[in-house]
Design a protein around this ligand. Structure first.
Ligand code: ASP
Length: 663
């Protein structure tokens, strides 16, 4: 029996001749030609469909964007939206693929066609049939991919007329994001949105191909109606018809993917929708998508190599190929050099510990810092920092004081700037040359110096490093090459962090299923806050785009961590603990944040620009007005009553009223 279903499954992976399909790099480059971020609006999205079968099964013979001189003389039928019309002589027709010029016939015999094409408002959708002809000499448009040809129309049909639009669909016309989201279906007609969504689809397709066809992963859907589970992000609650019982939307398929390992599905993957009720943050969405992966019998290196291969394979061909393996830093190194666990490694300006230079300093606040047990002095060297204006440095100091309660001192060790403070002058007299040597300071550099406890001093300098990069770029310097994709693994995270709301207690740095580092197991029972974990994050250009871990597969250890160290109610996880006891294999996994990854690859300003129907900053769907109120009768089956806050009269009376979008 086993060999029977297995061989049928394997045949599913095979070509008709019985050979396993391993698309070659070469065939892939022929089939995936993705253009760069800075697309010229109106250029279209040609090159995005591997086999060019854009017109199978439909009324058109060709797309607007594909016609060239090689099509001269061909009879074609096109369907598209009217982009604009010139003097009732030309009409430019648009589809996702591009623009094409249609000549409106002027002869008396074509009066009916002329009427349709001259009267249909812009953005109406029409079907035209005619011949591809070359443009008269001198009238070619080299800026338009179809600029050598035009369509001599024979018949035209108005498929649907367009009413007055809330905004012009053209990419170069600026519109507020609220308006774009309210009329998302119109916004999606822009070439930029078309490009972003099609590139996303292409990359996901390649990922599926890599995982399922090349590496035997199984694509499995897991439930989205789940229950509240301990640890991690806040979940959305869904009422049920049973009194007082609620589902929760999963923050990720974490438990299910581990249970699949127990079930022997030892290479799982899913393009998974996840939900987190975390309030608004600019680069977050309440619902978002992960490329979710889990494997049995794997270690950290195995997961890392898999992800590098996956990204290399699905990477757009018009970008420089990715170099693997990606570099790696430990959490402690990342914090010490960049002040964060997601360093932007596209530029230097690393944090340097200069405590030793100042052991005998006379400067009060430095002396003070060094006299404390954890006290340090740290600095970053801003190369070409003299391009910063005095007011920039003032705002940097204010930022450090307001947000971190930290004093930051700018010093110009080599520049002839004369507005150093007396403190900075005295530093230069005493320790200047040592500082210049240690930090390799050059003529136009500025040093930002701070003192205090290691983590705090690093965090503040980490933030200022990014702040300075923004300021310098605003002044015209290029620190971060827009074509550079700088991947980095961050490893050896602590297993626990002090709880934000109660620093005396511990919470998981990743999630409670993460395995402790084997060298630190004993510390679990003595100094758990010192235990490192088998958790790894993938960082791209300073954004976390993925994270995962090797999991605990021993029920006893999992129970100890949940109950004793994290003080969680283990009953809520009894299904998982029981499963671990029934021969769970060692396993580990990772999830890549697809929206953020695509956002970085396309260079989009926000993750909302790579999601077809995103929520607004406040978590609303501005198009449909979700979340929306329900009348009390509809809440009855769920045994729910709304207790309206005192100031919500307006909201209550807005039930069933037309909606007014947030601005
Ligand atoms: N489920 C985890 C997350 O969403 C990822 C993982 O550990 O695989 O962050």
């Amino acid at each position: 029996m086993l060999s029977c279903w297995l061989s049928r499954l394997c045949r599913g992976f095979s070509t008709p001749t019985g050979r396993i399909t391993h698309p070659s790099r070469d065939s892939l480059s022929r089939t995936l030609v993705l253009s760069s971020q800075g697309r010229i609006p109106g250029e279209g999205t040609e090159g995005l469909c591997p086999l060019n079968e854009f017109s199978s099964f439909v009324a058109r013979t060709n797309t607007c964007g594909e016609l060239r001189s090689s099509h001269l003389g061909q009879e074609v039928t096109l369907c598209g939206w009217i982009q604009y019309r010139r003097q009732n002589i030309f009409l430019v027709l648009r589809d996702f693929h591009g623009l094409v010029q249609v000549v409106i016939p002027q002869e008396e015999s074509a009066a009916a066609v002329r009427k349709i094409l001259c009267e249909a408002p812009v953005e109406s959708v029409v079907q035209v049939s005619g011949t591809v002809i070359s443009r008269p000499p001198g009238q070619e448009n080299p800026k338009m991919p179809t600029g050598e040809i035009e369509i001599k129309v024979k018949t035209a049909e108005l498929l649907n007329s367009c009413k007055k639009l809330p905004f012009e669909v053209k990419d170069f016309v600026k519109k507020t994001e609220a308006l774009r989201l309210q009329y998302r279906y119109l916004d999606l007609r822009s070439f930029q949105m078309q490009y972003n969504l099609r590139l996303r689809s292409q990359m996901v397709m390649k990922m599926r191909e890599y995982l399922c066809n090349l590496h035997g992963f199984v694509d499995i859907e897991t439930p989205t109606l789940f229950k509240r589970t301990p640890g991690g992000a806040k979940e959305f609650v869904i009422p049920s018809r049973e009194p007082g019982k609620f589902y929760c939307l999963p923050q990720s398929p974490q438990q299910f993917k581990q249970l699949l390992m127990v079930g022997g599905l030892d290479r799982y993957f899913q393009v998974a929708r996840c939900y987190r009720d975390e309030g608004s943050r600019p680069d977050r969405q309440p619902e978002f998508t992960q490329i979710d992966i889990e494997m049995s019998f794997v270690d950290q290196t195995g997961i890392q190599r898999l992800i590098e291969g996956l990204l290399q394979y699905s990477w757009p061909n018009d970008k420089d190929p990715l170099v693997v393996p990606f570099p790696s830093l430990t959490f402690a190194e990342a914090l010490a050099s960049y002040g964060t666990d997601k360093p932007d490694t596209r530029f230097g300006m690393k944090i340097i510990d200069i405590s030793d230079v100042f052991r005998n300093t006379e400067v009060g606040f430095l002396q003070d810092a060094l006299s404390k047990p954890q006290g340090t002095i740290k600095a970053i060297c801003i190369s070409e920092g003299t391009y910063l204006k005095r007011k920039d440095l003032e705002s940097i100091r204010k930022f450090a004081a307001d947000h971190f309660n930290q004093e930051v001192l700018p010093v110009f060790p080599k520049a002839s700037r004369n507005w150093n403070s007396p403190v900075a002058q005295s530093i230069l007299e005493e320790q200047g040359s040592e500082l210049i040597r240690l930090m390799e300071i050059r003529e136009d550099d500025v040093v930002l110096l701070t003192a205090g406890e290691h983590k705090k001093a690093c965090s503040v300098l980490g933030k200022l490093r990014l702040e300075c990069a923004d300021l310098l770029e605003a002044r015209g310097l290029v620190l971060r090459d827009p074509a550079l994709f700088s991947f980095l693994w961050v490893v050896d995270f602590p297993l626990f962090l002090p709880k934000e709301e109660n620093p005396g207690e511990l919470e998981s740095a990743h999630h409670p299923f993460t395995a402790p580092h084997p060298s630190d197991i004993q510390l679990l029972y003595t100094e758990p806050e010192k235990v490192r974990s088998l958790h790894y994050d993938l960082v791209l250009n300073g954004s976390e785009i993925g994270g995962g871990s090797i999991r605990i597969h021993d029920a006893e250890l999992q129970r100890y961590i949940l109950a004793t160290l994290l003080k969680e109610d283990v009953k809520l996880l009894s299904h998982l603990l029981q499963a671990l006891d029934f021969g769970a294999p060692p396993h580990g996994g990772i999830a890549l944040g697809l929206d953020r990854l695509i956002c970085l690859v396309t260079g989009a300003p926000s993750i909302r620009d790579v999601i077809a129907f995103p929520k607004s900053f406040r978590g609303h769907d501005l198009m449909s007005n979700a979340p929306d109120s329900l009348p009390p009768e509809e809440l009855k089956p769920y045994h729910i009553q709304v207790s309206w806050p005192a100031d919500s009269e307006a909201e209550k009376s807005s039930l069933n009223q037309p909606y007014c979008p947030e601005s």
